[in-house]
Ligand binder design. Structure first.
Ligand code: CTP
Length: 399
């Protein structure tokens, strides 16, 4: 598992009988060159000892939130920043519920909430607890937050019952982590460009024409590309959002400025045009504020179609060009028309007349129309989860 070499893993062990298997997780990670720091919850200390973990990991073991010695050396923030990845194995129903509600009453839960890293969770619990509605709800919530669940497996449990809830085998957990780093290492060679938000087309120094786009979907796609190792540039019209750190972030106002910045930042392997570019701009922008006693007609001209321009560019066209289509009727027909007229590879289309999705919402419901004439429909989901689905498809296409 060569992608684990020199990777920094923060392992959180919770109080369950499966905790003994975590020693094997540490052993395999170490064998493959990873550095492992471990946090033990209070209950975990009933199953494994700090001494055995310290000897295996050859690192200090962290247990308490308020320990003057530990806090001085490495506090909960530095611990979560140190890690390339956090693994919670075994994760008990209690810890899963704490994460789902954002509770921070010990070092483990505080580190998780303070983390900006990928978090993998390997649950282990009795089958009834695993199947309990409240556990299911908590898992659904934490998956939406972007946590990745490994397992559990079905089998005979320590309590004698049989069913789903056994922690995955250490080797399979570590393989999962290796695959994550492998994807990241491969993608590091790839460049992505994303446009997002509305554009503002000025009439005079204080007035402009714009639209309702919040930019959320584009920012989520940029964040997900960035998390997956892409060198990501986000070119955005005015929004209230902040991109994740690590993204090359460029703010623009008008469609003309957006095109200029796109050209400055190509070539790229993939470009995703999610911006709601204004179709028209004002023919001549007044340099002084227009007074209300002046009767005037607004004369507009078409903005350049950025997506079409880049899709047809001889030298700068990215390998994969993805456009969006915001429609209020005839979704399929209009999306397919845009796909062929704009010469892009995929069109991600949504029906913006539907309530609770699209503009300004945290949710989206889209179909992807591919160049080979196929269509893939997605159910209504959070924009962050849809971004992951889109990025997974981008990765398979580029690799
Ligand atoms: N787009 C663009 N430049 C424009 C207008 C749109 O690059 N001047 C891109 C958008 O970023 C999106 C796609 O084209 O990826 C489709 O945008 P949409 O607003 O749905 O369609 P339009 O081309 O503007 O067509 P219409 O408004 O007639 O539906």
């Amino acid at each position: 598992m060569k992608n684990l070499n020199q990777k920094k893993i923060l392992l959180i062990i919770c109080g369950g009988i499966a905790a003994y298997k975590s020693l094997d997780v540490i052993r395999i990670l170490k064998k493959n060159g990873s550095k492992v720091k471990t946090i033990l919850t209070k209950n975990a200390k009933n199953f494994v000892t700090p001494l055995s973990i310290a000897s295996l990991s050859q690192e200090k073991v962290y247990t308490d939130l308020f320990n003057s010695e530990n806090e001085a050396e490495m506090d909960h923030i530095s611990l979560s920043r140190w890690a390339d990845l956090i693994l919670i194995a075994p994760a008990t129903a209690n810890t899963i519920s704490k994460i789902s509600f954002g509770l921070t009453d010990d070092l483990a839960s505080t580190v998780v909430l303070a983390s900006n890293k990928k978090i993998f969770i390997a649950p282990a619990m009795n089958v009834r607890m695993w199947e309990h509605q409240s556990n299911k709800e908590n898992l659904k919530k934490i998956k939406e937050y972007g946590y990745e669940i490994i397992g559990p497996e079905t089998g005979e449990m320590a309590c004698g019952e049989y069913g789903e809830g056994k922690m995955s085998e250490p080797n399979s957990i570590v393989k999962h982590i290796n695959n994550y780093f492998k994807k990241l290492d491969n993608n590091q060679k790839l460049r992505a460009l994303v446009t997002a938000g509305p554009t503002q087309e000025y009439i005079d120094p204080v007035r402009f024409i714009s639209n309702k786009s919040s930019g959320k979907q584009g920012y989520e796609i940029a964040n997900s590309l960035n998390e997956n190792g892409f060198e990501t540039t986000l070119i955005s019209g005015p929004t209230n959002l902040n991109p994740a750190s690590g993204i090359n972030f460029i703010k623009v106002k008008s469609a003309d400025e957006m095109l200029e910045e796109i050209l400055n930042n190509l070539p790229s392997d993939v470009a995703i045009f999610s911006a709601a570019v204004a179709d028209f701009k004002v023919k001549s922008v007044e340099s002084q504020k227009i007074k209300k006693n002046k009767i005037f007609e607004l004369s507009l001209e078409k903005n350049i179609d950025i997506l079409r321009h880049i899709s047809n560019h001889n030298s700068l066209r990215p390998k994969l060009v993805i456009g969006f289509a915001a429609e209020t009727s005839s979704l399929k027909k209009n999306a397919k028309k845009k796909l062929s007229e704009k010469n892009c590879d995929w069109i991600i289309a949504n029906d913006i007349s539907k309530k609770g999705i699209g503009f300004e919402s945290d949710f989206n419901e889209v179909s992807i129309f591919y160049k080979n004439n196929s269509e893939e429909k997605f159910k209504k989901m959070r924009k962050s989860n849809l971004a992951e689905e889109i990025v997974n498809r981008i990765i398979s296409q580029l690799n």
